[in-house]
Design a binder for this molecule. Structure first.
Ligand SMILES: Nc1nc2c(ncn2[C@@H]2O[C@H](COP(=O)(O)OP(=O)(O)OP(=O)(O)O)[C@@H](O)[C@H]2O)c(=O)[nH]1
Length: 338
């Protein structure tokens, strides 16, 4: 709103200077300066967080201004009433979606005023203009209208782009940990896996699950449980490489896809993660701290794993073995095959 208000202030100021300096009519110039100050108030209202009032004020001043231009300063031959076309576009862009009443009523008012100005001749304008000057003003109106439409559409396109990016991010991110969610993991992970198959490069999945997490929730509450999940997330992220894909695929279940990593190397990383999680202390109060542990299951791409889900099944089996072996340990799938 501030940018549009500011642009309008500049355009209105240019017209004021035109009336005073070129057309030598100080009365009209000063009336127009009054409207310029009124546009400036829009910025003041926005700064004072009266956003809805600022928008209503802006469009009301604009419509009154156009009426005065067309029916007091000059005549409709100068085409000032063409600026009414900007009102519906601006109103639908600037008001919130729920502010339908404002959008529709301002647009309808602009429509009515346009036809009123179009059909009402001004027999006694304050400035008598030659045909040439009328034509020049008419062209300036078309020029500024087009400029503002381009600007408004540009902002609109940027807003759509921003919203689209936000929606994509929200649809692919876990809101608590900000990690990729299950859906995103399977989409992104599949392309990483397929790439590894194509290039015949190693690829390992590390699946980890917090131990006795239900007990943590039951004893300390869900907020503390959430704190654990956030802490574990930061530990995993700290120890992963940039190319690894980390995700939260269940309540207390995380996964890391490690492209171009052998199961032996991934095991070392997983062991480091396990140690860091075990060493991590979550503050419950000044004097008490909570620790948690996690179990890990690993599986790597082999000749017999043609799909990501095959790897996940194996990593899940390895995780089961880790849980059965007393938890807080790392179990690669190949150890069980032996
Ligand atoms: N705080 C919190 N808890 C969650 C969230 N999602 C799932 N949980 C809890 O995680 C717990 C998982 O419990 P279980 O599946 O029994 O696993 P566990 O207690 O960790 O036992 P093991 O995995 O066998 O060591 C449940 O109590 C869920 O309510 C979450 O977003 N926040």
């Amino acid at each position: 709103m501030n940018i549009i208000g500011l642009i309008t202030v500049v355009i209105s100021l240019l017209y004021s200077l035109n009336y005073i300096l070129l057309l030598q009519n100080t009365l009209v110039g000063f009336i127009n300066l009054g409207f310029t100050i009124a546009y400036l108030c829009t910025i003041a209202f926005t700064a004072a967080h009266h956003s809805r009032l600022a928008k209503i004020w802006f469009f009301s001043v604009l419509m009154l201004h156009l009426l005065v231009c067309t029916n007091v300063y000059v005549t409709n031959a100068s085409g000032f009433h063409l600026y009414y076309f900007l009102v519906p576009t601006g109103a639908f862009l600037l008001f919130e979606l729920r502010e339908r009443v404002e959008q529709v009523s301002l647009s309808l008012t602009a429509l009515v005023l346009f036809f009123y100005c179009e059909n009402t001749p001004n027999d006694a304008p304050l400035i008598q203009l030659s045909d040439q000057m009328n034509h020049m003003l008419y062209q300036s109106v078309v020029f500024f209208t087009m400029l503002e439409v381009i600007f408004v559409l540009y902002i609109f396109a940027k807003q759509i782009d921003k919203n689209e990016k936000l929606l994509i991010l929200q649809a692919s991110t876990d809101s608590l940990t900000q990690l990729a969610n299950r859906h995103h993991f399977f989409t992104e992970g599949k392309s990483l896996f397929d790439d590894a198959v194509e290039k015949k490069l190693p690829f390992t999945l590390v699946l980890l699950d917090l131990d006795f997490f239900k007990k943590i929730n039951d004893q300390h509450g869900h907020l503390v449980g959430d704190k654990c999940l956030i802490e574990v997330t930061s530990t995993i992220k700290k120890l992963c490489r940039e190319n690894d894909l980390c995700a939260r695929i269940g309540g207390e279940e995380f996964i890391v896809a490690m492209p171009n990593t052998s199961i032996q190397d991934a095991e070392k990383v997983a062991e480091r993660m396990r140690e860091h999680i075990e060493a991590c202390k979550i503050n419950l109060s000044e004097s008490s701290k909570l620790t948690c542990t996690a179990s890990f299951g690993l599986a790597d791409k082999t000749q017999s794993t043609t799909e990501l889900k095959d790897l996940l099944i194996r990593a899940d089996k390895a995780l089961y073995v880790a849980k059965e072996s007393g938890r807080n340990c790392v179990k690669p799938y190949y150890q069980q095959a032996a």
